[in-house]
Design a protein around this ligand. Structure first.
Ligand SMILES: [Zn+2]
Length: 182
């Protein structure tokens, strides 16, 4: 993420940035947002990069490294997968990440996460992962994940838009969100 974006964000929100210190003392969760082919793999649809992009590949590499560390420690991971019904467009975006296609799957370097017991994968059909986690009964899978794992700190690799939707909510339940510096 460009540092200027972070500066802009800091003017609007209490966003924290710090070096990554994974302490055993603070229950920490990792959130991966839309590290799917449709956004990150060259040539995988309308919103995928058309040529290799260092910022995207850097984020993917970082997410793989972190996911490995979290899995070794058996710490909780939550991965959002953008996933749309073919008949329900998401304006202003062109069709992308249609459910069941390769576009809505984790990038190849993260596919192994599907089988990790500490990882929760959630398909979402809107840009806001928080709204996309609401179940039919009104519960929220993301909030349940935070509560059930007693998470106090979340490290997130994500698109900026999602932060706006979730930052305040996490603070309300005493969880601090840390962004990855790209
Ligand atoms: Zn989408």
């Amino acid at each position: 993420m460009a540092s200027s974006t972070i500066e802009l964000l800091k003017e609007e929100l209490p966003v924290n940035q710090e070096s990554l210190v994974l302490s055993e003392d603070v229950k920490t969760g990792l959130v991966l947002v839309d590290i799917v082919n449709g956004f990150c793999t060259v040539g995988s649809g309308n919103l995928a990069p058309t040529q290799p992009d260092e910022q995207i590949s850097g984020m993917v590499d970082e997410s793989v490294k972190l996911a490995r560390v979290f899995c070794e420690k058996k710490w909780p991971i939550f991965a959002f997968l953008d996933s749309h019904h073919p008949d329900i467009p998401e304006p202003p975006y062109p069709p992308h990440c249609i459910a069941g296609t390769n576009e809505s799957k984790l990038v190849p370097a993260l596919e192994w996460l599907e089988n990790e017991p500490n990882a929760t994968l959630r398909c979402k059909d809107c840009i806001d992962g928080f709204l996309g986690s609401i179940e039919k009964d009104g519960s929220n899978l993301f909030i349940d994940w935070v509560r059930n794992n007693q998470i106090k700190k979340v490290y997130a690799l994500m698109y900026v838009c999602w932060i706006l939707c979730v930052q305040h909510c996490l603070q309300e339940i005493g969880v601090y969100l840390f962004l990855w510096r790209m």
